[in-house]
Design a protein around this ligand. Structure first.
Ligand code: ATP
Ligand code: ZN
Length: 304
């Protein structure tokens, strides 16, 4: 596909993030840990990038796919649920979406779940035939119903979806769930997940304009680096050549280890990036397998 035309010759990358809400803080924190900083405008809708040509636009999350679609913004951080809903909406009207998920970002996790009254004995989607489903995600819900071959009425509510069955507005709901506490407070139980969601970096379907592509690549490399070192530790140790295989077997969640000979002898100095917690117990097992001088270090930055 040919690159998107230059948005009026703009050479600063523009990223849309949520102004107020669950994703605003973590989105800013992620971009901050990529080394970006901003000068905020007094109305705080536009933040001018201080140290890189990357500006922020602070908006409602629902506006983010449309801003990318129209080229007013190049990238956005938004829940997959919003992105997929708006893509399904376009599908229904036969209009292709010019936005897609570029990266999953590992925060803002939730699921779009179908929830039914506690007293229902759930046997499967066929039970929804001719029922009323309340949701803020009508296009996604309709697409799912089509896949299941079920016909049901989809009632669109923009908030307080989970109260609809108690009010007699709907029989069941299709709503975002994280802990499930809101559902159970309304005597509902989740029975089926339509979508696993988390915050994602969204961008256009086509390549970005060459004026912006370099900056976007730089940002992606940094985001990948930040994601890789999240919950990661560098493990350094020494091991005799003959024990290396046994030692590495104890590090199944580590990235391939780097090793080099110490004094050209039998002893190897090794380092491995480990994901998750490196416990005392793990260190003791490594020591029994032949490792020595074990050291666990925090990782601050990483560029692959
Ligand atoms: P806006 O004012 O920007 O339209 P909003 O009310 O639509 O905000 P939030 O409630 O801040 O949105 O949620 C933003 C995103 O957070 C959701 O789209 C979803 O991806 C994610 N999220 C994570 N957990 C939950 C949850 N339990 N309920 C709702 N959204 C959740
Ligand atoms: Zn919203």
């Amino acid at each position: 596909m040919s690159p998107k035309p230059a948005p009026a010759g703009r050479d600063r990358l523009r990223i849309a993030i949520q102004k107020n809400g669950r994703l605003s803080e973590p989105a800013r924190a992620l971009l901050g840990s990529c080394g970006l900083s901003w000068r905020e405008s007094p109305d705080k809708l536009f933040c001018y990038g201080d140290n890189a040509p990357v500006d922020l636009l602070l908006v409602r999350d629902d506006d983010i796919p449309g801003l990318i679609d129209s080229g007013l913004c190049d990238l956005g951080i938004v829940g997959r649920n919003v992105l997929v809903e708006q893509a399904s909406e376009r599908d229904e009207t036969g209009k292709p979406a010019n936005f897609r998920e570029w990266r999953a970002l590992g925060f803002g996790g939730c699921r779009l779940s179908l929830a039914v009254p506690n007293e229902w004995d759930w046997r499967g989607p066929a039970q929804l035939q001719d029922r009323r489903i309340a949701t803020s995600y009508p296009a996604l819900t309709r697409a799912w119903l089509r896949e299941q071959g079920v016909q049901a009425e989809v009632l669109v509510l923009s908030g307080s979806v989970e109260i609809a069955p108690r009010l007699g507005q709907a029989d069941v709901v299709c709503d975002l769930v994280s802990s499930g506490a809101t559902l159970s407070a309304n005597q509902l139980k989740p029975v089926c997940d339509l979508l696993q969601s988390e915050a994602v970096l969204a961008g256009p379907v086509a390549d970005l304009d060459p004026l912006l592509a370099g900056t976007a690549q730089m940002l992606l490399r940094r985001i990948d680096g930040v994601m890789r070192i999240r919950d990661s530790k560098l493990l350094m140790f020494q091991a005799p050549r003959g024990s290396v295989a046994d030692v590495l077997r104890l590090l199944p969640d580590a990235e391939p280890a780097t090793s080099y000979a110490v004094d050209g002898g039998d002893l190897l100095a090794m380092q491995a990036l480990c994901h998750g917690v490196v416990t005392w117990q793990r260190l003791e097992e490594l020591k029994r397998a032949g490792a020595r001088g074990l050291m666990v270090l925090p990782v601050e930055r990483m560029l692959a």
